[in-house]
Design a protein around this ligand. Structure first.
Ligand SMILES: [Zn+2]
Length: 235
């Protein structure tokens, strides 16, 4: 069921306790950074007087060694593709340029990916990696590591591959195919899609979509008809 959000308010909160209720659902106690006064709460209630909220968890740990390695590897791939034999840029200057573009697009302050300064969280690093991978997909920059292993947000990446017409597995030019990776019954108006190159499509077709998806650790992207038309008209 969808509740139309007329008003919304973002409040910073800290989780102070968690427990499971009799139905096995997790309940959490949160401490708000600022209080909501009773009459203000009225504004956020729906027609039935119910109050809903959205809860986002931030990973405030400092960037992991694996994330730093991923960033370095992707930047090296960008450098490799930037010059004809002779590299026009080095990793450090590309990193600064990309960070600037990323921070501007997100409206956030500049950060350092060094673990020593501690101003780059796991969440920021994860978003930066996704930003770099989007850039590579858009500009057709091949990456050395398997794209699915580098992905921090796989669903986002699989959607991006569909729009850029790049194979979900190897990032070579591909086509959008209807797939069935879950074995679920076909529902009219619902599309399960994956972009695949000729080679990977053939593999998926001969071994079966479900087995292929299990082997490659991917899933088809579900779209409604409206999203499907938007995707089809992209090119
Ligand atoms: Zn492929």
């Amino acid at each position: 069921m969808e509740t139309k959000v007329e008003n919304a308010k973002n409040i910073l909160a800290k989780v102070t306790a968690t427990r499971f209720n009799k139905e096995g659902q997790q309940e959490i106690l949160i401490t708000l950074d600022e209080s909501i006064i009773g009459y203000q709460l009225e504004r956020y209630k729906n027609g039935k007087g119910e109050l809903y909220g959205e809860f986002t968890l931030f990973d405030n740990r400092i960037i992991t060694a694996q994330q730093r390695k991923k960033i370095h590897a992707i930047l090296s791939d960008i450098v490799k593709s930037s010059g004809n034999g002779k590299h026009a840029y080095d990793v450090e200057s590309i990193k600064e340029d990309m960070k600037l573009m990323f921070c501007e697009s997100k409206g956030i302050d500049e950060f350092s990916t060094s673990e020593l300064t501690g101003d780059c969280t796991v969440t920021t690093a994860s978003e930066f990696i996704t930003f770099l991978l989007d850039f590579c997909l858009e500009y057709g920059i091949p990456i050395s590591d398997p794209p699915i292993e580098v992905a921090e947000d796989l669903k986002h990446q699989l959607i991006k591959c569909l729009y850029e017409r790049k194979c979900a597995i190897c990032w070579k030019p591909g086509m959008v195919y209807p797939v069935n990776t879950t074995g679920a019954k076909k529902v009219p108006g619902r599309h399960e899609l994956m972009c695949l190159c000729a080679e990977h499509y053939q593999e998926a077709d001969s071994m079966g979509h479900k087995r292929f998806a299990d082997k490659q650790h991917v899933l088809g992207v579900l779209m409604n008809h409206e999203q499907f038309i938007k995707l089809k008209n992209k090119r």
